[in-house]
Design a protein around this ligand. Sequence first.
Ligand code: CTP
Length: 410
Amino acid sequence: MSATPALLGKHIVLGLSGGVACYKAAELTRELTKAGATVQVVMTEAALQFITVATMQALSGRAVYTNQWDGREPNHMPHINLTREADAVLVAPASADFIAQLAQGRAGELLALLCLARPQSHDQRCPLLIAPAMNREMWAHPATQRNVAQVRADGATVLGPAAGDQACGEVGDGRMLEAEELRDELIAFFQPQLLAGRRVLVTAGPTFEAIDPVRGLTNLSSGKMGFAIARAAAEAGAQVTLVAGPVHLPTPRGVQRLDVRSAQQMFEAVLPLAPAHEVFIATAAVADWRPAAVAAHKLKKDGSGRAPAIAMTENPDILASVARLPEGQRPWCVGFAAESERVVEHARAKRLRKGIPLIVANHGPSTFGQDHNALVLVHEAGETELPAADKLTLARQLVAEIAQRAPVRR
Ligand code: CTP
């Protein structure tokens, strides 16, 4: 089953101003079209020094515009026409000079002109996003910072820049974000801001319960669902804290991540954080038990043929403990129930036992480690099914459900 392309139906004007980072714009065009967008490339004179029209035209599948006197438009007004059909203008790379032009409202060439002429009124709005790319000294210069602040104040969204190695050999702030990062920023930009300004705490992944310095008990949770939920909540405008067990997954953009290993560590991280959050989503597959004592040294075979008896003790129930916090300190709690049989029935019982308003049931063995899942939301009023889809699509649907149900804390 393939995921719904996240930018399906979106038409993006991709503007290139001059800079070595133009090479990333080629990859970005591919990423945006792969994500379902149509891309109309517009290049400045300076951009033409770095990458050719032929490359950008081949990748976007559309004739590139470079000049305001382009006779292809019947009314001779590319600066008007191009943004009237666009969902957004993304300028990547945005050079220091181009940002200065934006700040001053200059319209010397087509790209700056169309940014100035784009509709700003509510019903027809064509937002502007810029991805700065320049040498670190140019970026840090008060003139550039002043211009960026002005462009922001005028309503543009500034993506990056990142720190790192620069084409000139120096290291610092000013690198343009990578193509995949810009694609994800754009996807996030189009998500409805259902959780704007709300604080969401998420647990994800398995836990690891040490037996000795080299062994432990864990489970097959990959953390993918929890990370997708953290990403979806952040995209919806929430401030997200993600407490993650041992997983090898990149941190979603804008999410604050805390890594832990054992259930006890997860408990100790979550409990103090919980009161400052409005919503708690417990997706972690927390080990129910841990060895009562961790052996100081690796356990050795003793030649008797008998396995060592490992005494176990129960771990604290993180979700139930958060759900028992006093009113005013207690976030709205969402649990997950990974079951192997009678999924909904077990989930109903678990919701009541944990004392939480919503539990998300799924079939553990068929989803652990996979990119797809199917969910049943079990709540007070009954059940809501979210049919099989990729985990990010489900995460966005779940976030929308949570946004609707969780009361806003005053
Ligand atoms: N959970 C938790 N802390 C634990 C155990 C579970 O926070 N020590 C949370 C999980 O993150 C999940 C929910 O509780 O949101 C249900 O977890 P699950 O392991 O399915 O439930 P259990 O309470 O262990 O119940 P059972 O053993 O009966 O399946």
